[in-house]
Design a binder for this molecule. Structure first.
Ligand code: FAD
Length: 388
């Protein structure tokens, strides 16, 4: 499709990290973007996570996932730097990875990766014994996803319409028409980006030539307020986030705005609802005791039902842990694109995916190597028996 002012218009379904990142990247390039979300405000889906990490995956062979997450974390940190307030919305703290199973190994040439074996000082600062195997990710930190979503949606050129539940998508003439449960037209545009996480499945299911195997993966974090911790507990808090068996973050504002601590997350397959569960708090307590044993022991009281708070959401996953991004089938479904399947790494990947999609639509150089971009292509889910 040729790009003219009339065709540089897109409707995006879903105002989470994925949809807001696409909207921001297109609007920066002069597009007019309408974002529709069924919720009444920011953070209804997984992107309502109170706090999470942007941290790279590492592997001895520097595999595709490692290279893509490294590029993704870089893109996210640059976006955070540009749009968010350091210290309250995000922070480039560095992240210590407690290498519990000993399976995280750096490539032999990791000179440009900003990930190194952790120093003795960092291990000690985390309150771990000196012989603890650990990595240090210098280009990593925590982010409050809601703040990033809200900031990306505020980009000039982006219009957000809340309370718009999309039930149908159909190509009529040169446009995609988006309808609600009553068949009323909510929006229409030459370009349509589906970014409604697991719900994307229901919208795309009627398309005969495309089957993206999205799955829900429920997860829960447990959190509490710093002011409920006593002095000896505070002294055990690491000065940076620690991951490796879930992740622990402290000193980050809770949804109420006061500083808090956060440990997560649980993983539950085949669950399409996201209630907060008492047994998941217990699982997170065990997780903390494994990740940071001294702190976990000291904070046991914080997991009592009258103390602990929880937040649960649904990750939307794909089998190879890589999102599906870009045009779905440019010949048979022109103008229809996807950005979903962020799994447990939406903070690290959604910004890069938004940039990738915008670069593809604008026929620009891609923000990552073509070979890596192919691993993210939504087109990989075009059904083989219907492929051209
Ligand atoms: C417990 C937990 C911990 C996590 N921790 C981390 C972490 O530390 N680091 C990290 O990188 N990632 C983490 N993640 C993953 C990250 O939160 C997700 O990958 C990311 O938020 C997904 O963003 P999204 O925009 O694709 O989906 P969502 O945020 O779910 O957004 C989808 C949006 O689509 C809307 N929608 C759905 N259906 C429709 C419809 N029919 N019509 C209109 N609107 C619709 C929803 O209201 C929602 O706003 C975690 C996730 C969970 C659950």
């Amino acid at each position: 499709m040729s790009l003219t002012p009339d065709t540089r218009q897109a409707v995006v379904i879903g105002a989470g990290l994925s949809g807001s990142a696409v909207a921001h990247s297109l609007a920066l390039r002069g597009w007019s973007v309408t974002v529709l979300d069924q919720a009444e405000g920011v953070g209804a889906g997984a992107s309502g996570l109170p706090a999470g990490l942007a941290a790279p995956h590492v592997s001895p062979d520097d595999n595709v996932l490692s290279r893509i997450t490294r590029a993704g974390v870089k893109a996210t940190l640059e976006r955070a730097q540009a749009l968010l307030h350091s210290g309250t919305d995000w922070a480039l703290t560095g992240v210590l990875e407690h290498n519990l199973a000993g399976k995280r190994r750096l490539p032999s040439d990791a000179s440009d990766h900003h990930s190194t074996p952790a120093s003795a000082a960092a291990v000690a600062a985390a309150g771990l014994p000196p012989d603890t195997p650990a990595l240090w990710h210098a280009q990593a930190g925590w982010i409050r996803p809601r703040q990033l979503v809200a900031a990306q949606l505020q980009t000039p050129g982006v219009q957000v319409r809340w309370g718009q539940q999309v039930k149908g998508i159909e190509r009529v003439g040169a446009e995609w028409v988006v309808t609600d449960a009553q068949g009323q037209i909510l929006a229409q545009s030459p370009w349509l980006v589906v970014a409604s996480a697991f719900d994307s499945l229901a919208l795309l299911r009627p398309l005969p030539s495309f089957a993206v195997p999205l799955n829900p993966l429920r997860g829960q974090i447990s959190f509490g307020h710093m002011h409920d911790l006593n002095e000896s507990q505070r002294q055990l808090l690491p000065p940076f986030p620690v991951n490796g068996h879930g992740s622990f973050i402290s000193g980050v504002p809770t949804p109420e705005g006061t500083p808090g601590w956060f440990i997560g997350s649980t993983f539950e397959r085949n669950c399409e609802q996201a209630p907060v569960r008492a047994e998941d708090h217990e699982a997170n307590q065990v997780r903390l005791a494994t990740l940071l044993p001294a702190l976990g022991h000291a904070m046991a009281h914080q997991f009592k039902p009258d103390q602990v708070q929880g937040w649960a959401g649904l990750r939307c996953t794909l089998p190879n842990r890589l999102p599906a991004v870009g045009p779905i089938d440019p010949q048979r479904l022109p103008g229809l694109c996807l950005s979903t399947g962020m799994g447990a790494r939406g903070i690290s990947l959604a910004v890069l995916c938004g940039e990738l999609l915008a670069a593809q639509l604008n026929k620009e150089a891609l923000p990552l190597e073509t070979a890596l971009a192919k691993h993210l292509a939504a087109e990989r889910y075009v059904q083989p028996n219907t492929q051209r």
